[in-house]
Design a protein around this ligand. Structure first.
Ligand SMILES: NC(=O)c1ccc[n+]([C@@H]2O[C@H](COP(=O)([O-])OP(=O)(O)OC[C@H]3O[C@@H](n4cnc5c(N)ncnc54)[C@H](O)[C@@H]3O)[C@@H](O)[C@H]2O)c1
Length: 329
């Protein structure tokens, strides 16, 4: 299939581009490089440095490249900033995405795979999370993702759009060969921050809250390997042939891992001591967030290859140690 990968120069998108090629598909990347890196995508992959909300340009690309399906990874994803500058988030994550979808409908491209998030669940009452549990985001970032999920449902009904929305837990790790990996600026994700502390790029890493009702008192999260996420995006293709299909899946390993366990895994993998300081809880951090991904397992035959934290950290370390300065801009 010809697949337009919107946000394909970013962390998860660039890994998915590789998986698409490996599975025999033809990816075409659209990314305005506000955060991504051209170097994260092979030079021979068609690349358009365009804003996803630019309907006239996107329309030309859809036709020229004979696109069959659009994967949409592009979004702003800093939770704290979404609280202080929500307009920025609604414009990029909601308004621009609606332009993209309108453009697709106009061009007759009716298959869509969307990057959603466990942040749409807010502060859940029960764990693990299943797809049917209530969604009540507690910040504008999560709300923008839920808004698009809801728009997609209406578009499936009204226009015959077929889509899958994947609610990722914590994406982590890097490609097996260590040539692409996570490179956010600023970085807010735990594993790269802990690795930076291990190698002395940061003075320390902060642990927010040590009095949670969890085995070691620190928050529990579900780290899922970026290549496992990518494989789910391709596994769903067969399900999107029927017009009007609306699918939602949680993607996680289902294994809760604490902040201290991540720190210890980084120490073990790198052989370096991680300096960390402990502090009070951060507002809005639920004690535990982990997935029940039975639906993806049953319907997509999707099983994460990386089931525990150490091999995930090892793959991240391979990328970081081989590319201490990240991608060249
Ligand atoms: N990383 C995670 O742990 C995680 C967890 C849950 C959900 N998600 C979602 O997954 C998606 C990908 O996350 P990521 O970590 O790869 O993010 P990323 O920032 O690395 O990648 C996003 C890419 O989209 C591009 N982009 C942003 N706005 C654009 C626009 N208007 N036009 C064109 N390109 C644009 C950026 O340049 C970047 O390359 C996001 O939608 C995010 O909300 C990520």
């Amino acid at each position: 299939m010809n697949v337009l990968v919107v946000g394909g120069a970013g962390y998860i998108g660039s890994h998915c581009v590789r998986q698409l090629i490996a599975a025999g598909h033809r990816p075409v990347v659209l990314d305005n490089l506000v955060f991504g890196y051209r170097a994260a995508v092979a030079a021979d992959v068609p690349f358009y440095s365009v804003n996803l909300g630019n309907e006239s340009e996107v329309g030309k690309i859809l036709k020229k490249e004979k696109i069959d399906l659009v994967m949409h990874f592009a979004a702003y994803a800093y939770v704290g900033e979404s609280v202080t500058d929500p307009l920025k988030y609604y414009f990029n994550n909601v308004a621009a995405t609606l332009h993209l979808l309108r453009c697709m409908m106009g061009c007759g491209v009716k298959k869509f795979v969307f990057s959603s998030t466990c942040a749409t669940y807010g502060i859940p009452e029960k764990m693990p999370l299943v797809e049917t549990m209530p969604q009540a985001p507690i910040n504008p970032y999560g709300q923008t993702k839920l808004d698009i999920e809801n728009a997609l449902k209406s578009f499936a009904h009204a226009y015959g759009l077929s889509f899958a929305a994947f609610r990722y837990f914590n994406a982590a790790g890097a490609a097996e060969d260590g040539t692409i990996g996570e490179c956010h600026n600023p970085e807010t994700h735990l594993i790269p921050l802990v690795i930076d502390a291990a190698v002395g790029k940061r003075e320390n890493v902060q642990v927010f809250g040590t009095d949670y009702p969890t085995p070691d008192g620190t928050c529990l999260r579900d780290y899922v390997h970026v290549d496992d996420l990518s494989r789910a995006h391709i596994a769903v293709f067969d399900k999107l042939d029927q017009p009007g299909t609306a699918l939602f899946y949680n993607l996680g390993t289902g294994t809760p891992t604490s902040v201290l366990e991540v720190i210890h895994a980084v120490e073990k993998v790198t052989g370096k001591k991680v300096p960390y300081i402990t502090g009070p809880r951060r507002a809005g951090d639920p004690p535990a967030l982990y997935a029940d991904s039975t639906k993806a397992k049953t319907e997509l035959n999707w099983e994460p290859h990386f089931k525990t934290i150490e091999p995930i950290v090892a793959s991240a370390w391979k990328w970081h140690s081989q590319n201490p300065d990240g991608f060249k801009k």
